[in-house]
Ligand binder design. Structure first.
Ligand SMILES: [Zn+2]
Length: 469
């Protein structure tokens, strides 16, 4: 058992990726997978129940032997009563005193009891053989799948204890309803077959299911999980190890034309310091119209009715599509950036939001921006590129030519410097400032050969649609 969950070699960071594909299922297969999911969910809850009752037995024993004491804990309520919104005078945090029963887990007697009653991943996995012999429903599922369910529960407990230790007050692992239990996993590779353009994955005890392998699966498969999406679609997800991450080039050896600064914007998603523009994704407009229409229809349906459920599934499907399109586009942008640039300076978004005090459509831009930044960071890792966040304060106000402050409000699109005569696009000026500020922060020399150039001729640009001018 232990070898299955052996830790990965830690000497070198490995690139781990997940490849996600849609399953192509007929009605019978769908029902089958749904049944598997339900069984896993019930099994999860049963395992949780066992852990809880074991802990209860343990504390009851502690009670019997008097291995506890009471402590008065001063607690400052985080939640201010709702009423106080209207009457701000009462809004000061409420101080509470709570008498808490503290068990003494450290005494030798308690330790022995703990050993006796402890239920953990290993004891539960060991008991599986017995359970499977008695329960035909559980027995129908592959053992590895059940192990993975127990492992999932164990992770939840570990996270809970870890947070307890750091003085937080986390929620106890909960029983999961069918709507909270959406996936089952195998913590090892599964058989895959590809013949005549049809890809299939073999689920032990269940058989082959087809999936749409729209792109090749690379690396060594470590685990596989099947997931039911909100839209009712099933996906198969392969977690793969792509091997060691490439070494990064030393900062001072990166050629000048592979160093770039980027200004995140509303109309142009990313304006690079070499005058390259990456447009904001616009092709979701049609989908957005469709979504609005579907949502209007949904609001007219009676909640809980079959029509409502059908319509809700449609809305989820469209939502999925929009999210996928956006993610796909941003991914391509990120790949494009890390393939072409080895040192990328981007704005620190926490500071940017704070400074600009953006409020209109903030959520949309914010989400796209931070998704892009994290994707670039993520992709840079496997491409051996550096991504450095830079404080964007005043990057649009300072002159990239002479460094003097040239104040302008958001409507002024052209930076025109009265001191050195530099005239250029406002966002380009900002991007160049981000680049030079980043270089200074890293202690590298700021070159002046930041000539605008065209880089869109490269064949590797992955059918990226943004316009480069
Ligand atoms: Zn100037």
């Amino acid at each position: 058992m232990a070898s299955k969950f052996a830790k990965k070699p830690t000497n070198k960071p490995h690139t781990v990726r997940t490849y996600k594909y849609d399953l192509i299922l007929n009605q019978i297969e769908k029902v089958g997978l749904q049944y598997v999911l339900q069984t896993c969910q019930r099994f999860y809850n049963a395992a949780l129940e066992e852990r809880i009752s074991a802990y209860k037995q343990y504390t009851e024993e502690l009670d019997k032997r008097g291995l506890y004491h009471y402590e008065s804990v001063q607690k400052t309520s985080k939640k201010v009563p709702k009423k106080s919104k209207k009457t701000p005078v009462q809004a000061s945090p409420v101080e509470l005193h709570e008498v808490k029963k503290i068990y003494d887990h450290t005494s030798p007697e308690a330790k022995e009891l703990k050993k006796k009653y402890e239920v953990n991943y290993y004891t539960q996995a060991a008991a599986l053989t017995l359970i499977r012999a008695e329960d035909q429903v559980i027995n129908a599922l592959p053992r590895h799948m059940l192990n993975a369910v127990l492992y999932k529960l164990d992770l939840a407990f570990n996270a809970f204890f870890k947070r307890c230790k750091t003085g937080q007050t986390p929620g106890f692992p909960r029983f999961k309803g069918i709507h909270q239990f959406k996936s089952f996993e195998f913590r090892h590779p599964l058989k895959i077959e590809n013949s005549a353009g049809v890809s299939q994955v073999h689920i032990p005890n269940l058989g082959w299911v087809r999936f749409n392998q729209y792109r090749p699966l690379r690396g060594v498969v470590k685990s596989v999980y099947f997931r039911l999406q909100q839209s009712g679609k099933w996906t198969v997800n392969f977690s793969v190890d792509l091997g060691g991450t490439p070494e990064k080039i030393p900062l001072d050896l990166i050629p000048d034309n592979q160093i770039v600064g980027g200004d995140l914007g509303l109309n142009i998603l990313l304006y690079l310091s070499n005058d390259e523009k990456i447009e904001r994704v616009r092709f979701t407009k049609n989908s957005e119209k469709k979504l609005a229409k579907q949502q209007r229809k949904l609001s007219r349906k009676k909640k809980g009715s079959n029509g409502y459920k059908r319509q809700r599934a449609l809305v989820a499907k469209t939502n999925d599509r929009i999210a996928n399109q956006r993610l796909d586009y941003l991914r391509k942008v990120a790949v494009y950036l890390v393939l072409h640039y080895k040192l990328i300076f981007l704005e620190d978004l926490n500071v940017k939001g704070m400074v600009q005090g953006l409020n209109y459509g903030k959520s949309i831009y914010d989400a796209a921006w931070s998704l892009l930044v994290s994707l670039v960071q993520f992709k840079a890792e496997s491409a051996g590129s550096w991504v450095v966040k830079v404080d964007p304060r005043d990057t649009s106000q300072d002159c990239s030519g002479c460094g003097k402050l040239v104040p302008k409000d958001l409507t002024v699109r052209i930076h025109s410097c009265p001191y050195c005569g530099l005239i250029l696009d406002r966002d380009l000026n900002a991007a160049m400032n981000i680049r030079s500020r980043g270089l200074r922060e890293l202690g590298l020399s700021v070159s002046t050969t930041d000539e605008p150039r065209s880089v869109c001729t490269d064949g590797e640009s992955l059918s990226l649609s943004p316009v480069c001018t």
